[in-house]
Write a protein that binds this ligand. Structure first.
Ligand code: ZN
Length: 57
């Protein structure tokens, strides 16, 4: 038996504590455990700028 030592294991998925909310004052939007930001998508300070007429892949 060779290879496949870590079948379905050993791959830490980056998740974050449940139940967090946006850090923006007054915003109570819950954050996904997959959202590494402290802000919801509306208040995310590092949001990629939207390009007109172009889809962000
Ligand atoms: Zn927010």
């Amino acid at each position: 038996m060779s290879g496949m030592l870590f079948t379905g294991y050993g791959r830490p998925s980056r998740t974050f504590p449940k139940g967090r909310v946006c850090s923006e004052p007054g915003c109570k939007t819950k954050l996904s455990i997959y959202n590494e930001s402290e802000y919801c998508y509306l208040h995310e300070p590092m949001t990629a700028p939207r390009l007109r007429g172009k889809k962000i892949a």
